[in-house]
Write a protein that binds this ligand. Structure first.
Ligand code: NAP
Length: 314
């Protein structure tokens, strides 16, 4: 089965939905492939204070529902599928979906975002899903009245620590430096929360756990002081890794230019990639800011650029 579209949007975060809004208004009748995590990273963010239009802050899923609804109302067609293969060697571009359907697209907007990075610590694989997680919002509830540790010093780590502190008896934050990277407001809140203890200048070494029959559980995190090398074990029931993200660009390797970290490279002041007719927006091409509002902005840019590109070709 094959169908032709003027614009295919891959990804359903703020960038994808806003690319949909702009291309739908330009009458490109966009098809948006939503992927596995409809709504993207914001759907696992508990409280967002810095997205425009939500003066009291809002949960990430609430914001994404609104963006999705707006795109749907303007006529964006959405499908809960995955793109499994793309061929950008000539235009129109051939893209394969996970149900076997082929989409032949005159333009493509890549808005596949990024996902949590793992530390690859000893014990991590063994206890992943049994006390090791990268998503406090998803898994925090399993640790009510228990002790957890968050690894990292960025916005995600600080937000996760604050979220967990409301559920857990105690939350450690292990950070490899003596200063946080995250926003000052979050830093202040973390430092003022009585049941959060920051373990400065330590790196995680190993996740410890035990298995009884089929039941596995985390029992601790071994950490090491970065200067002295001294090791200690934090007795915890849950380990939350919050050490940043990796862009979702595997699908485009060998076809779109990327930097050494895998972020797609776009032309200055533009969302154009090295392939004429393929645009990239949001976290997939943003190693610097990685904010939802900026993803929404670059998604809008990609929508405008895709429609102008097609107008010039007609
Ligand atoms: P991030 O800003 O890249 O921070 C990652 C943290 O993990 C840093 O503190 C880093 O330490 C630490 N880290 C990295 N690799 C490590 C390793 N191998 N071992 C130990 N620690 C390690 O990532 P993020 O917090 O996920 O945030 C990503 C982006 O999303 C940022 O731009 C952030 O502003 C944005 N964000 C915004 C909000 C919001 O505005 N509400 C919420 C969440 C995220 P160093 O500091 O030493 O490098």
């Amino acid at each position: 089965m094959s169908r032709n579209v003027k614009c295919l949007i891959i990804g359903s975060g703020p960038a994808g939905y806003m690319a949909g809004v702009y291309t739908a208004r330009a009458d490109l009748k966009p098809l948006l492939i939503e992927g596995m995590q409809q709504g993207g990273q914001l759907t696992i963010t508990n409280e967002v204070e810095n997205f425009p239009g939500f003066p009291g802050g809002a949960g990430g899923p609430v914001i994404m529902d609104k963006l999705r609804e707006q795109a749907l109302k303007l006529g964006v067609e959405m499908q809960p599928k995955m793109v499994t293969k793309v061929d950008f060697s000539s235009r129109p571009f051939h893209c394969l979906l996970d149900d076997g359907e082929e989409v032949v697209a005159e333009t493509v907007i890549v808005a596949t975002g990024a996902s949590a990075r793992w530390l690859h610590l000893p014990g991590e694989n063994e206890y992943r899903g049994f006390g090791v997680s990268t998503c406090a919002t998803c898994d925090g509830n399993f640790f009510r009245n228990r002790t957890t540790v968050v690894i990292g010093g960025g916005d995600t780590a600080l937000e996760d620590a604050l979220y967990l502190a409301k559920l857990c008896t105690k939350v450690y934050v292990v950070h490899r430096r003596d200063q946080f990277r995250g926003t000052v407001a979050l830093q202040k809140s973390v430092l003022a929360t009585p049941n959060i203890e920051v373990v400065w200048s330590h790196v995680p070494v190993e996740i410890l756990g035990e298995q009884k029959g089929f039941i596995k559980k985390v029992t601790g995190l071994k950490v090491k002081h970065v200067q002295t090398g001294e090791e200690r074990t934090l007795e915890v029931d849950g380990v939350f890794e919050a050490i940043g993200v990796v862009p979702t660009t595997e699908l485009f390797k060998g076809q779109l230019d990327m930097n050494e970290q895998g972020y797609l490279i776009t032309a200055p002041d533009s969302t154009r990639t090295n392939v004429e007719g393929v645009f990239a927006a949001g976290d997939v091409q943003d190693p610097v800011f990685r904010q939802a509002v900026i993803a929404a902005g670059t998604g809008s840019m990609a929508g405008i650029e895709a429609s102008r590109f097609l107008m010039e070709k007609e």
